[in-house]
Write a protein that binds this ligand. Structure first.
Ligand code: TTP
Ligand code: MG
Length: 350
């Protein structure tokens, strides 16, 4: 059995702001927003009012008129992120960062604290506290997805351990929406089939599940039986090459988007493709869009050679999902054929 730790900083951007401006500690605080009108995150005081990441600032202000909104300071967060990764390195070299504030660590072979993952997690959190003056939460489990779920249980500034002996008991009552990758749409469908917990999936007919949910059903069946064979991957195999831009002014019309793609993104993508040392075949062309409310959507088409025309078709199609929302980020990418020895990666995301 592996020993995996998932570490996740508490209200990361907001915590950094409170650390650097102590008066913010006592007020509801959110980060981001003013200009673009959307929040990246907020502190726990603000969460008491129902404020959440990706919420429009106007809505947050309605919920809490005293909310203090400060701009993001990405370079500072990146610096902290580097620092916490250097702390992780003290305990294991098998580290898989998921974002600036989150990582999986495999400590199965670590000799620190007689190999106690619980104590290693405590030590890491203590180091972060001492050296960054910030708090982190941790989850410890024999499987990746359980470690991630566990890190949320005693948040903030806490940790939760699922021992190999406790796995099956823990899984039984686990609500399906807690499984990373199960989103709002899927959960609705699952509930319609009267599937609420992993135990429900265990009792369900495998073939019916796969018929209803396709490949996703297979992954869900695995997770619900406590199967997650994913390793903590130090360096990911590149699955795509792309360029994306957060726009200084949100775009609205298809025409504006198309101009931006033609003039900026497409030439840049071509440059990247030329520079790329990955000499792998292309499978698909795709477009990524982030709307003003932070919802991200992508659209792809199988296409072994990159052409501008295909991007035009995809743009028209993807904007059918716009619903009058402005666009804050546009990206073009291609997906690459995996190298021959690349193992089949799991279907459920991290
Ligand atoms: P999260 O770990 O999702 O959130 P958090 O650390 O703020 O809060 P929690 O205590 O619940 O872990 O995200 C980490 C940081 O990423 C967050 O501080 C801000 C940033 N972020 C965005 O910029 N946009 C987003 O939509 C989200 C969800 C996060
Ligand atoms: Mg976090």
């Amino acid at each position: 059995m592996k020993k995996i730790i998932h570490i996740d900083m508490d209200c990361f951007f907001a915590a950094v702001e409170m650390r650097d401006h102590p008066p913010y500690k006592d007020v509801p605080l959110a980060v981001g927003g003013k200009q673009r009108g959307v929040l990246t995150t907020c502190n726990y005081k603000a969460r008491e009012y129902g404020i959440r990441s990706a919420m429009p600032t106007a809505k947050a202000m309605q919920l809490c008129p005293d909310l203090v909104v400060v701009p993001t300071r990405m370079p500072v967060y990146k610096e902290v992120s580097k620092k916490i990764r250097s702390i992780f390195q003290r305990y294991t070299s098998i580290i898989e960062p998921l974002s600036l504030d989150e990582a999986y660590l495999d400590v199965s072979d670590s000799s620190f604290y007689q190999g106690s993952a619980t104590k290693i997690a405590l030590a890491i959190r203590q180091d972060i506290k001492n050296e960054c003056n910030l708090t982190a939460s941790a989850g410890v489990a024999p499987l990746k997805f359980l470690a991630k779920i566990a890190s949320d249980i005693n948040k903030p500034d806490g940790q939760y351990v699922i021992t190999p002996n406790n796995v099956s008991e823990f899984i039984k009552t686990l609500p399906l929406e807690k499984i990373p990758g199960v989103g709002k749409v899927t959960i609705k469908k699952l509930h319609q089939s009267r599937l609420f917990t992993c135990h429900d999936i265990q009792q369900y007919n495998y073939h019916t599940l796969v018929k209803q949910f396709g490949r996703f059903g297979v992954s869900l069946w695995h997770r619900s039986h406590a199967i997650d064979e994913r390793e903590v991957i130090i360096k990911r195999v590149r699955k795509s090459i792309g360029v994306e831009r957060t726009l200084s002014d949100n775009l609205i019309s298809e025409k504006e988007c198309w101009k931006f793609i033609q003039d900026q993104l497409y030439p840049e993508l071509q440059k990247r493709l030329k520079q790329s040392s990955d000499n792998r075949d292309i499978i698909k062309q795709g477009i990524k869009i982030k709307f003003a409310d932070f919802q991200v959507t992508t659209i792809e088409q199988i296409q072994p050679t990159v052409t501008l025309n295909v991007y035009q078709t995809l743009l028209t199609k993807v904007l059918e999902r716009q619903n009058k929302r402005a666009i804050r980020l546009l990206g073009l990418y291609v997906t690459l054929k995996p190298p021959q020895n690349d193992k089949q990666l799991s279907l459920l995301p991290l």
